[in-house]
Design a protein around this ligand. Structure first.
Ligand SMILES: Nc1ncnc2c1ncn2[C@@H]1O[C@H](COP(=O)(O)OP(=O)(O)OP(=O)(O)O)[C@@H](O)[C@H]1O
Length: 278
C-alpha cells in the first residue's frame, strides 16, 4: 500500500485520465456563508469552504459542534437556512454515515451489502472495492459477524465502490482501536491516490488523522480555525498541549463558547478557508 504524505495532496495542474483532461479549476464543493437554524437555534453559521479534487479535508470539533450537520448540508441531505452550497456539476459522491443500523437478524453477505442500493456496483465492483481496503477475504462473510474494525472497512469499501469523485466520511474510525485508526486513515489516503477523489471527513482524533490530512477545519457552530496540519504536527509544544484532544492549533481563540456552544466573545479573527492567504 502506498501512503501519501500530508502536504502532497491537491495537485493544481490539470490531470490526464485516459483521453480526458480534467480541469481543476472548479472545486468539488463550495460552501458560502452556510448556516442552519432550527427552531430558533443556530446550529451552524458563516461556514465558508472549498474542497478541491485530491484534497483531504478533516472537520474536527467537540460533540454537538455541528460536524454531521455540516456534512449533510454539503451533501444536499438537508437545506441551509442561509448561504449556498455549490457542487461541481455531475459530481459523484460516496458517503459513509456515522451510524448505519443493520438488523442483526437479517442475514446478508458483505458482497450483497456493497451492492444494495449502490447504483452501478456489481459483484466485480464490490470485490474490487473490498480489495482496495484490504478486506477481500470478507466478501462472503455475514455482516453480523464482522468486528468493529472490519465493519468500518466494509463501510469504507461501500462508499468507495462507485469510484466517487468525492468521498464523505463521518467518523470513519468509530469503534476502531487506536492502532487500527492510523491504518484506516492510511487507507483513506491511498483511496484518494488511487481514485483521484477529494475526501471530506469528520474525526475526533486530530493527532491520528493529521498525517493523512491536507487541511483541518475546527468547527463549533462556526469555523473556529483552519489550516495545514503538517505545520503544527512537528511542533512538540503542540503535541504536548493538544496531543490527544480535539483542539484548535493554528491560532489562539480570542472568543469562548458557552455550554450550548454559542460564541460569547465574538472577536474571532480567523481567515476563511478558501482565502488566498491560506
Ligand atoms: N434536525 C435537527 N433538529 C434539531 N436539532 C438538531 C437537528 N440535527 C442536529 N441537531 C442538533 O445540532 C447539534 C449538532 O449536531 P451534530 O450531529 O451535527 O453534531 P456533531 O458535531 O456531529 O456531534 P458528534 O461529535 O457528537 O457526532 C446537536 O446539538 C444536535 O442535537
Amino acid at each position: 500500500m502506498r501512503y501519501r504524505a500530508a502536504g502532497t495532496g491537491p495537485d493544481p495542474s490539470p490531470r490526464i485520465r485516459g483521453d480526458l483532461i480534467l480541469s481543476h479549476s472548479e472545486p468539488l464543493i463550495t460552501a458560502s456563508g452556510l448556516g442552519l437554524e432550527i427552531a430558533g437555534r443556530l446550529l451552524l453559521h458563516d461556514i465558508n469552504l472549498e474542497l478541491q479534487q485530491r484534497e483531504i479535508v478533516t472537520v474536527i470539533g467537540p460533540n454537538g459542534a455541528g460536524k454531521t450537520t455540516l456534512l449533510r448540508l454539503l451533501l444536499g441531505l438537508s437545506r441551509p437556512t442561509s448561504g449556498t452550497v455549490r457542487r461541481r456539476p455531475g459530481l459523484t459522491l460516496g458517503y459513509m454515515p456515522q451510524r448505519m443500523h443493520i438488523d442483526p437478524s437479517m442475514p446478508m453477505s458483505v458482497q450483497r451489502f456493497l451492492q444494495l442500493g449502490n447504483d452501478g456496483v456489481d459483484a466485480a465492483a464490490a470485490r474490487a472495492a473490498l480489495a482496495r481496503v484490504g478486506a477481500a477475504r470478507l466478501e462472503q462473510a455475514g455482516l453480523a459477524e464482522l468486528s468493529g474494525g472490519e465493519m468500518q472497512r466494509v463501510l469504507l469499501a461501500r462508499a468507495a465502490a462507485r469510484r466517487p469523485q468525492l468521498l464523505v466520511l463521518d467518523e470513519p474510525t468509530q469503534g476502531v482501536d487506536v492502532s487500527g485508526q492510523a491504518e484506516v486513515y492510511q487507507l483513506i489516503a491511498s483511496l484518494r491516490d488511487e481514485l483521484g477523489c477529494g475526501v471530506l471527513l469528520v474525526s475526533h482524533d486530530l493527532h491520528v488523522v493529521m498525517a493523512a490530512t491536507d487541511r483541518v477545519l475546527c468547527i463549533n457552530q462556526h469555523i473556529c480555525c483552519h489550516g495545514h496540519p503538517e505545520q503544527v504536527s512537528r511542533d512538540p509544544a503542540f503535541l504536548e498541549l493538544f496531543g490527544d484532544k480535539v483542539a484548535p492549533y493554528t491560532h489562539q481563540h480570542n472568543h469562548a463558547h458557552d455550554l450550548s456552544g454559542d460564541v460569547v466573545h465574538h472577536q474571532c479573527n480567523h481567515d476563511r478557508p478558501g482565502d488566498s492567504s491560506q
